[in-house]
Design a binder for this molecule. Structure first.
Ligand SMILES: *[C@@H]1O[C@H](CO)[C@@H](O)[C@H](O)[C@H]1NC(C)=O
Ligand SMILES: *[C@@H]1O[C@H](CO)[C@@H](O)[C@H](O)[C@H]1NC(C)=O
Ligand SMILES: *[C@@H]1O[C@H](CO)[C@@H](O)[C@H](O)[C@H]1NC(C)=O
Ligand SMILES: *[C@@H]1O[C@H](CO)[C@@H](O)[C@H](O)[C@H]1NC(C)=O
Ligand SMILES: *[C@@H]1O[C@H](CO)[C@@H](O)[C@H](O)[C@H]1NC(C)=O
Ligand SMILES: *[C@@H]1O[C@H](CO)[C@@H](O)[C@H](O)[C@H]1NC(C)=O
Length: 657
């Protein structure tokens, strides 16, 4: 045990003495009420409203409840910055963690040394590095210098979000005191207990750099976390999801700073520096049974668990999701979506048919995105009808396609026959976001019964395969098999979907929020008599797929079914949808899966409109009440357990139910 390790203990008294302020909701402007109402600029060289960050913060009145954005221009700001408990709803935005830095060198006490202290609820920080420069380059050879706690950031308030931030120090870098915090894509550097406290915090895709063992330090033992959960009822804990832990020397993932200390690493890459036993009980020896340390699905040379402490907990994937998914662990009240954190694409490419952009076709623009792309790239598509078949390959994720509105930007083609080759638009990778574009397959769009010369064949407008795909204000127009919603999780918000037969089909796990569905069966000029809105292909009880329609409206004539089974466990729910269409009284059809009716999950909850009378529906339709619906098919329980909807450039534009 090293002498420098005991200094954390005095703060426990403070933890007990502090109780969080009431968690109010901040008010903003814009249709979704989360745009900041006011922006203040801090610039060291006098080109803003303030020269110091503290000056800008002091201008926010106590009792503030409206989002205020404080933009901090590039520079190294040498000051200790404090946000008091009654200055809520502050959004600090730097110019990136490499260029906007707040640094100071106070030391000795964890509650006095912090370069940055944040007490109120509802604080957002983006693109800033917090540094404590005290003894940053301490080394074993330099024995006259004492190692003392020197905190870079101290975070108390509930609902605090740090995005693309840096935390740099040596001992006790990030004092994550208490309450719920979300750290996304952050960089955290230190040696000893450098992420500590009793916060209830999520660290997604963060780079953790343990400087123990590396030059110039020479220190041999380091601890990434010192989590201080006090009792079985204490909600505190640190969850690391994805990301990487670098370091040298003899590195522990954590040691218990409280008798119920709780830390989980999930899917993180752990470097070789991690010592085989992995964890320590510290001053809680003998109470190991209450400590909750776990590693699940981690990789890297330090991830071998065969020699870990025997009291490490085992977690299965399903248990992790249930207890430590973003929504269950810190976001059950949906606060993350109500915070104005913007994820800005790193680069924008413009497509313009008339040569006023970087490319004249959409496919060329997509091919210009490098293979294995992992940074958001925005492709803006100017108004026009683009006659091309467009495909995004598996290795080009993180693309944001933005048209000029679904009435103005259209991608159209007329291939037919096969569902997997006819599609006008095919999206393979994970993390694709689309806004304001209509995808159309024009093949036989105006087919009619009186036109027997033309064949009626599948003709897909869009085929979506990747996970974490989001379509906002888009159009999907076709006749048969318009939207091939193939597999994985997709969210369609305020979209328009038109077709006649099985026009929303596939095995995906999808949410259709506030969409307009137009079944053209029975309407002129088609004249076709029978139509099917969905053909969902869930294959087993364990298959997570299904289509949930929430709100929105269904139009259509003829004899229209809400769905027919395209798999033995087909699952479709309409919730609060206006069924204006002439839905046929039985509503649903077993198609080729007769005999499996009990395994289908078709349900209609709180729908209105002329087609919503359920008195003559098929007897095997499932009953759901509102509470059951929210529990199983609410946005966070059904498709957003890992919080992906908050991790894309539209997260702040879309209001999720
Ligand atoms: C870790 O921190 C040290 C000291 O600041 C630095 O030299 C090194 O480049 C960092 N490593 C990574 C992977 O960021
Ligand atoms: C698709 O459109 C092209 C050009 O507009 C036309 O030449 C072709 O015949 C059409 N193909 C089908 C299958 O309708
Ligand atoms: C439905 O689609 C048909 C054919 O494109 C169109 O004529 C009609 O206006 C659409 N109805 C609605 C409500 O959008
Ligand atoms: C459903 O939509 C129709 C047509 O837009 C409208 O007239 C009707 O009032 C709506 N019904 C409900 C229950 O919202
Ligand atoms: C609902 O049905 C009634 C009776 O058939 C009809 O008069 C009315 O126009 C319909 N309303 C809508 C919005 O379709
Ligand atoms: C639903 O349909 C049944 C039978 O056709 C009818 O008796 C009942 O009044 C209808 N309910 C509503 C709310 O229109």
């Amino acid at each position: 045990m090293q002498p420098l390790l005991l200094c954390l203990l005095p703060v426990i008294a403070i933890l007990i003495g502090f109780s969080g302020a009431a968690a109010a909701q901040c008010i903003g402007s814009g249709s979704d009420n989360i745009e900041p109402t006011r922006t203040i600029v801090v610039d060291q060289n006098g080109r803003g409203n303030f020269k110091t960050i503290q000056g800008a913060i002091d201008s926010v009145p106590p009792g503030n409840n409206k989002w205020v954005k404080i933009v901090i221009n590039a520079g190294t700001y040498r000051e200790q910055v404090l946000i008091t408990k009654d200055q809520q709803c502050i959004y600090l935005k730097g110019k990136g963690r490499m260029v906007t830095t707040i640094t100071f060198d106070a030391n000795h006490l964890t509650d006095k040394s912090a370069t940055f202290s944040s007490f109120p609820n509802n604080v957002i920080v983006q693109g800033i590095t917090f540094k404590n420069s005290y003894n940053r380059f301490w080394s074993l050879e330099d024995a006259r210098q004492k190692v003392k706690p020197a905190v870079a950031a101290r975070v108390y308030g509930d609902k605090s979000l740090f995005y693309e931030c840096g935390f740099v120090g040596f001992q006790d870098t990030l004092f994550d005191v208490m309450n719920r915090h979300y750290y996304k894509s952050c960089y955290i550097e230190g040696s000893v207990d450098f992420i500590f406290g009793d916060g209830q915090s999520y660290f997604t895709d963060c780079v953790i750099n343990a400087t123990v063992g590396s030059n110039p330090y020479g220190l041999m033992m380091g601890y990434v976390t010192a989590q201080g959960r006090a009792s079985a009822a204490d909600p505190g804990g640190f969850v690391f999801k994805g990301g990487v832990v670098y370091g040298g020397g003899k590195l522990y993932l954590g040691r218990a700073y409280g008798p119920y200390s709780r830390v989980i690493f999930y899917g993180t890459t752990l470097s070789a520096a991690v010592t085989p036993e992995g964890w320590g009980a510290w001053s809680n020896q003998g109470k190991e049974g209450n400590i909750f340390y776990s590693e699940i699905g981690c990789g890297g040379k330090g991830s071998d668990k065969s020699k870990r402490v025997p009291w490490m907990k085992k977690l299965k994937e399903a248990q992790f999701q249930k207890m430590f998914g973003v929504s269950t662990f810190i976001d059950h009240d949906g606060w993350l979506a109500k915070h104005p954190h913007h994820i800005e694409p790193v680069r924008t490419i413009v497509v313009d048919q008339n040569g006023h952009g970087d490319f004249t076709t959409i496919q060329e623009a997509i091919l210009s995105v490098p293979s294995r792309n992992n940074e958001w790239v925005k492709i803006e598509i100017n108004a026009g009808t683009y006659k091309e078949q467009v495909e995004i390959s598996y290795d080009r994720g993180c693309i944001f396609l933005k048209g000029k509105g679904r009435e103005a930007t259209t991608i159209e083609f007329n291939a037919s026959d096969q569902t997997d080759t006819s599609s006008t638009f095919t999206s393979n990778p994970d993390n694709v976001v689309v806004q304001g574009i209509t995808f159309k397959n024009s093949y036989n769009r105006f087919w009619s019964l009186s036109d027997p010369g033309k064949e009626w064949k599948p003709a897909v407008a869009a085929r979506v395969l990747g996970d974490r795909s989001l379509f906002y204000e888009c159009g999907f127009v076709g006749f048969q098999d318009t939207l091939f919603d193939a597999i994985n999780r997709h969210y369609y918000k305020s979209c328009y979907i038109e077709g006649a037969v099985d026009f929303i089909f596939g095995m995906a796990q999808s949410y259709f929020d506030d969409c307009v569905i137009n079944a053209t069966v029975g309407s002129n000029p088609f004249g076709l008599m029978m139509g099917y809105v969905t053909a969902q292909g869930r294959s087993s009880e364990a298959d997570p797929s299904g289509f949930v329609f929430r709100g929105g409206v269904l139009y259509g004539g003829g004899k229209l079914y809400l769905g027919r089974a395209y798999g033995p466990y087909s699952r479709v729910i309409f919730y609060g949808t206006n069924l204006s269409a002439t839905v046929t009284p039985e509503g649903w059809d077993a198609w080729t899966y007769r005999g499996n009716e009990e395994n289908f999950f078709y349900s209609e909850v709180g729908c209105g409109g002329n087609g919503s009378n359920k008195s003559k529906r098929v007897p095997w339709m499932k009953k759901l009440n509102n509470a059951q619906f929210e529990e199983i098919f609410g946005v966070s329980s059904f498709i957003n357990k890992d919080g992906w909807l908050m991790e894309n450039p539209l997260a702040n534009t879309i209001r999720f139910p």
